[in-house]
Design a protein around this ligand. Structure first.
Ligand SMILES: *Cc1c(COP(=O)(O)O)cnc(C)c1O
Length: 394
């Protein structure tokens, strides 16, 4: 059986006619920059995210970049974030000339550990960027409490979490600005690059609109240096077709996750931990195992696509050597990088396919000679123990 990590053709098959019609409308109109499709999508994403405003951006990366620019983050400034994320989160901080400051994750959720943020804050801290990894939101209350006490804005990197909730509140609606990505592999993906910022602040909204078009207002008069961060109307048209299906797709992902959870119960496979106050949209279903690389190889031979999100935390990236600050131990991020493996979770998976994946995983993990009855020490490890786990992989 061949099961890719993600099957975009399966999704497209169900909406093909609608997408072609919507794209055709844009081409017929020859409104090639911004225009009514982008505005309609902005309105709908703002509603979905329970925010007053939304600004379509050329990618999730550019959404983050514009958000940092909107707060004037620049050289000499520091931005506190997680090292266990996609590169863009920290990359954007560097690109505006600021220093990424990394604090470790909660090893159960893979999200930034709020208890470690305070120690990272200095007079230079200009923003906190929590990342809602794999579709589950961060523990936002303590993050907002720290941020508010220090008067530091929070930018939510919600690239993997559009429509996820925390205590019933939508991703992107809690911090000052929320950023989404419509990269094709995200839960709401375009037919190319795209992104969006959401906010409840009218001033920030104006700022983001301006920054998206080179900081111009009016045209050809530049108060700020922005960029060309505009969302393509063809992408907006595709996304408008997909948006009404998002809840159904998320529901299917949660159903698939529940099937995996039950099939892995009692095994040595550590399944994703979702906090009680969160609804995840499972952008990824990342398990933790010992012997991850061998498992990945075996699954590949069985025809199953997997991915490692992410094999190297940001503080160990070559480009950040000497260009970031680490606060405390980042051992949970390092251990996660060595143990995580994302399994296929896309909505169109059949029950047979889910069983085949789980069975294939268990065939490997439950036969490992070094398997012991103690599960991987996720979250309860004291100093050293997680390191021990991760050295065992090397
Ligand atoms: C995908 C992603 C981004 C960047 O989005 P692009 O649209 O690919 O530029 C940023 N942060 C995280 C956490 C992501 O997963």
């Amino acid at each position: 059986m061949k099961i890719p990590l993600l099957d975009l053709k399966a999704q497209y098959a169900g909406i093909r006619d609608e997408v072609l019609r919507a794209v055709g409308e844009v081409l017929d109109s020859q409104v090639c920059i911004l225009g009514p499709k982008v505005e309609e999508l902005e309105k709908k994403v703002a509603e979905l995210s329970d925010c007053c405003f939304a600004v379509g951006m050329s990618s999730g990366t550019d959404a983050l970049l514009a958000a940092l620019m909107a707060f004037g983050v620049g050289p000499g400034d520091e931005v506190v974030t997680t090292p266990f994320t996609f590169f863009a989160t920290a990359g954007c901080v560097s690109r505006v000339g600021a220093l990424p400051v990394f604090v470790d994750i909660d090893p159960r959720t893979f999200n930034i550990d709020p208890a470690r943020i305070e120690a990272a804050i200095t007079p230079r801290t200009r923003a906190i960027v929590p990342v809602h990894l794999f579709g589950q939101m961060c523990d936002m209350d303590p993050i907002m409490e720290i941020a508010n006490r220090h008067c530091i804005p929070v930018i939510e990197d919600g690239a993997q979490a559009i429509s996820a909730t925390y205590k019933g509140r939508e991703a992107g609606s809690i911090g000052a600005i929320g950023c989404f990505s419509f990269y094709p592999s995200k839960n709401l993906g375009g037919a190319g690059d795209g992104g969006m910022c959401v906010t409840n602040d009218a001033k920030l909204h104006e700022m983001l609109l301006s920054l998206r078009s080179h900081g111009a207002k009016p045209k050809y008069y530049h108060k700020y240096v922005g960029g060309n961060f505009r969302l393509d109307p063809l992408q907006a048209a595709v996304l408008l077709v997909k948006l009404p299906h998002l809840d159904r797709w998320s529901e299917a992902r949660r159903r698939n996750a529940a099937v995996y959870d039950s099939l892995f119960a009692g095994s040595s496979v550590v399944t994703p931990h979702i906090n009680n106050n969160c609804v995840s949209i499972y952008n990824q279903y990342s398990i933790r195992v010992r012997g991850r690389d061998a498992l990945r190889k075996a699954l590949s031979e069985a025809g199953i696509g997997t991915e490692i999100y992410y094999p190297a935390p940001m503080h160990l990236q070559e480009c950040f050597a000497g260009r970031c600050r680490m606060v405390g131990s980042l051992e949970h991020s390092e251990a996660a990088a060595n143990q995580v493996l994302a399994l296929p979770i896309y909505p169109e998976l059949s029950n047979d396919q889910l069983h085949y994946v789980a069975q294939s995983v268990l065939e490997v993990t439950e036969k490992q000679p070094f398997r012991n009855k103690t599960p991987i020490a996720v979250g309860w490890a004291v100093n050293g123990e997680m390191k021990g786990d991760h050295r065992a992989e090397e």
